[in-house]
Design a protein around this ligand. Structure first.
Ligand SMILES: Nc1nc2c(ncn2[C@@H]2O[C@H](COP(=O)(O)OP(=O)(O)O)[C@@H](O)[C@H]2O)c(=O)[nH]1
Ligand SMILES: [Mg+2]
Length: 239
């Protein structure tokens, strides 16, 4: 008997085939489910909101609901490792929200969204937000069937993040610099962060927002309204 013990994580069940890149294959399964979500939500604009914990995702959703709730029918699926707190916060401002408790997992996977779709009323919904679990790493790898991915980066987090967590910014259509009201008090350059982020992703849109004071919220709402309209137009052409 050999006295070299292989790590448990490398042990394969008898008869299984060793794959060169297991994570790549797992992501293929996720992508298959993401396509099923896209095929189902043909006339709802789906936006996946990502950021570190505490960057202001829920607060921005609340503000968006208050501003756009009259014009658009908005629903939110919100992921957290524990508690229903964020869904409760959204409901307090009248947003139709369902919490996905991931049970400790650090990101949402497409399968969780597909299952959640059966438990939220999406009749006449124009805009579906997915508030991802706070994390700038893992959520970048999981397509959730969204039309657009938006990453928030708070002024208090430091302007070095796009180069440190490039995949999150590479896979996003918009970077929101959040908590812009705190910019005068912290060493954070919007120009420098925009330059770094666009070196990672030249097509990235950038909006600075203070959900607390209201700066940039109109620009954000217009960004959303344009995309909801584009999704509806595309859906009516393919009918
Ligand atoms: N100064 C400031 N604080 C904010 C702003 N938006 C959110 N916050 C605060 O940041 C904290 C985290 O916000 P939350 O929306 O829960 O972040 P999430 O974890 O990304 O959903 C809360 O204490 C919010 O009140 C903002 O625009 N400016
Ligand atoms: Mg939140």
């Amino acid at each position: 008997m050999s006295n070299t013990i292989s790590p448990k994580s490398n042990q394969m069940p008898v008869g299984s085939v060793q794959c060169e890149n297991t994570s790549l294959n797992l992501l293929k399964a996720n992508d298959f489910v993401a396509k099923a979500i896209r095929d189902r939500l043909t006339d709802i604009c789906v936006i996946n909101i990502c950021s570190s914990p505490g960057s202001g995702k829920t607060t921005l959703m609340q503000e968006t609901g208050k501003r756009l709730g009259q014009d658009l029918n908005i629903a939110v699926l919100v992921g957290d490792p524990e508690t229903e707190r964020d869904a409760i916060r959204m409901r307090e401002v009248g947003i139709n929200a369902l919490q996905i408790v991931t049970g400790g997992m650090c990101h949402i996977e497409a399968q969780m969204i597909l299952q959640a779709l059966d438990h939220i009323n999406l009749e006449n919904v124009d805009l579906l937000f997915i508030e991802n679990v706070g994390n700038l790493v893992c959520p970048a790898a999981f397509d959730l069937g969204e039309d657009y991915r938006v990453t928030l980066l708070a002024a208090t987090e430091g302007d070095d993040k796009p180069k440190k967590y490039p995949r999150m910014f590479l896979t996003s259509e918009l970077m929101v610099v959040s908590k812009a009201d705190l910019l005068p008090y912290v060493p954070f350059s919007v120009d420098a962060v925009t330059k770094d982020a666009r070196e990672v992703n030249p097509n990235l849109d950038v909006i600075s927002i203070s959900s607390l004071k209201g700066d940039g919220v109109d620009e954000w709402c217009n960004w959303l309204k344009e995309r909801v309209a584009a999704k509806k137009a595309a859906a009516s052409v393919s009918e």
